[in-house]
Design a protein around this ligand. Structure first.
Ligand SMILES: NC(=O)C1=CN([C@@H]2O[C@H](COP(=O)(O)OP(=O)(O)OC[C@H]3O[C@@H](n4cnc5c(N)ncnc54)[C@H](OP(=O)(O)O)[C@@H]3O)[C@@H](O)[C@H]2O)C=CC1
Ligand SMILES: O=C(O)CCC(=O)C(=O)O
Length: 428
């Protein structure tokens, strides 16, 4: 009996707040809005290909440990799989399935010619040396070789991985094939075919969509305060760009906790502190705040940019922000979403708000395939144009159909993927 990936109850939030339950519930709601039948629902819900691999590692001290890695291609009807690679202790197959499904709708919402994929290794990157992480990355890449490639499935950084990881993946793949193939990963260093603008693209997209959402209510970024949860690749640049836009950034956090200052943090000084200590905690001239309390601060804009499921039903009841702009994937559970909507909080959903990363990844892949690189200005302009156009279509649909921005974004994404299935004839 095959596993059923559908969520049966589009109207009621699922009992589980796990990422896959949230992703399945969101799909079920879009299927309901689009009046699709059960067969098409099943096609859209079911991951196309999955691989689970053992990743043995010889530690620096000579011991051997075996980790588990995954790659899931949720849907490849619109093009090759696309999505990040996550290194975190909590990675499991269901989390990777959820993240891959969100990639499918995200790529369709911003209309890049990709399907959705995601990978992960169940490992704490903080507990390993760079040499160990390189060996893990090379072994993981070798194991999933049959699934990846510039025309099959293209990786990018996610939690716990970075541009160096992407260089190792690219090198391992290229060495196995016998020549250099930069387009197998995106988010690479510039020296090996990366793109200008990719390191800040996700955060830039968050700021573009935040600005657009506020302007819809006649408000400017320079008039508001914000709190940002997560201070990694997405959160740190989001805080900096918001600060540069004149927003009073009053709190930020990482996995060790957060810092807050009511009249605004000195974000450039905070970035220097983090470069020196590896954490936002202990930053002078600011008070400590926990990750949970940060979500309930009296701010205008909340940017969750860390992990899934942090805004559940309880937390959502305590959110004071008027806008939640989802830098992270799946930060809001279905119950959290229901509570926020009931309370009139505008949620700019992950598959739109954080899509700037995959947009510039697409630009990087196009540049690598053509071996011709664009200027920073060209990339910045094309990113802004695509983010604003995508935001405009999502908000127009939300207004026309009286649905939330998330429901509108999912409807657009799911419809584009379903159309590809129908036109290709994969679905009768
Ligand atoms: N990188 C990208 O281009 C994109 C990323 N995303 C999503 O954005 C989110 C962040 O990714 P990214 O910035 O790349 O990852 P990073 O690994 O660079 O940063 C993650 C940040 O979250 C913090 N963190 C980890 N666990 C927790 C926790 N339990 N509570 C609070 N903070 C925590 C980390 O703290 P510490 O530094 O202390 O470990 C770090 O500051 C993820 O949901 C990812 O899927 C979405 C689109 C694109
Ligand atoms: O840049 C990419 O290809 C994908 C980044 C990613 O993993 C995401 O958007 O969640």
């Amino acid at each position: 009996m095959p596993h059923d990936y559908r969520s049966p109850e589009p109207d009621d939030p699922p009992a589980s707040s796990a990422p896959l339950a949230t992703a399945q519930h969101q799909l079920a709601r879009a299927v309901e809005i689009l009046s699709y039948d059960e067969g098409l629902h099943e096609v859209l819900a079911t991951p196309r290909r999955e691989m689970r691999v053992a990743v043995p590692l010889r530690r620096d001290d000579g011991r051997v440990q075996v980790f588990t890695g995954y790659r899931v291609q949720h849907n490849i009807s619109r093009g090759p799989g696309k999505g990040g690679l996550r290194y975190a202790p909590g990675v499991d197959i269901d989390e990777v399935r959820a993240l891959a499904m969100w990639m499918t709708w995200k790529c369709a919402v911003v209309d890049v010619p990709y399907g959705g994929a995601k990978g992960g290794v169940t490992i704490d990157p903080h507990a390993h040396s760079a040499a160990e992480l390189e060996r893990v990355t090379r072994r993981y890449t070798s194991e999933i070789m049959p699934m990846i490639g510039p025309e099959r499935d293209i990786m990018a950084p996610d939690i716990g991985t970075d541009e160096r990881t992407m260089a190792w993946v690219m090198d391992t793949y290229s060495v196995n094939r016998g020549f250099t193939i930069p387009a197998v990963t995106t988010g690479k260093p510039l020296a090996v075919g990366g793109s200008l603008g990719r390191p800040t693209a996700t955060s830039q997209g968050v700021v573009h969509t935040a600005r657009a959402a506020l302007r819809a209510d006649g408000v400017e970024l320079a008039e508001v305060s914000a709190a940002v949860q997560g201070f990694g690749k997405v959160g740190s640049h989001a805080a900096r760009l918001l600060h540069e836009a004149g927003t009073r950034v009053v709190a930020v956090s990482d996995q060790y906790g957060g810092v807050q200052r009511a009249d605004g943090l000195d974000v450039p000084a905070l970035l220097e502190h983090v470069a020196g200590t590896g954490t936002v905690t202990g930053f002078g001239d600011a008070d400590a705040v926990s990750n949970t309390d940060l979500l309930a601060l009296d701010v205008d804009v909340l940017v969750p940019a860390a992990v899934e499921g942090v805004i559940d039903g309880d937390t959502a009841g305590r959110v004071k922000a008027r806008w939640v702009v989802e830098g992270a994937n799946g930060p809001t559970t279905s119950e959290g979403d229901r509570v926020l909507a009931e309370r009139g909080v505008v949620v700019v959903p992950d598959i739109l708000a954080n899509a700037g990363g995959v947009v510039v990844s697409y630009f990087e892949w196009v540049q690598a395939n053509q071996a011709y690189w664009w200027t920073e200005q060209e990339i910045a302009e094309r990113l802004e144009q695509r983010m604003l156009a995508s935001h405009a279509s999502v908000s127009a649909l939300a207004r026309a159909e009286s649905v939330t921005l998330r429901e509108a974004a999912l409807t657009i994404g799911v419809r584009r993927v379903a159309e590809a299935h129908q036109i290709r004839g994969l679905y009768p």
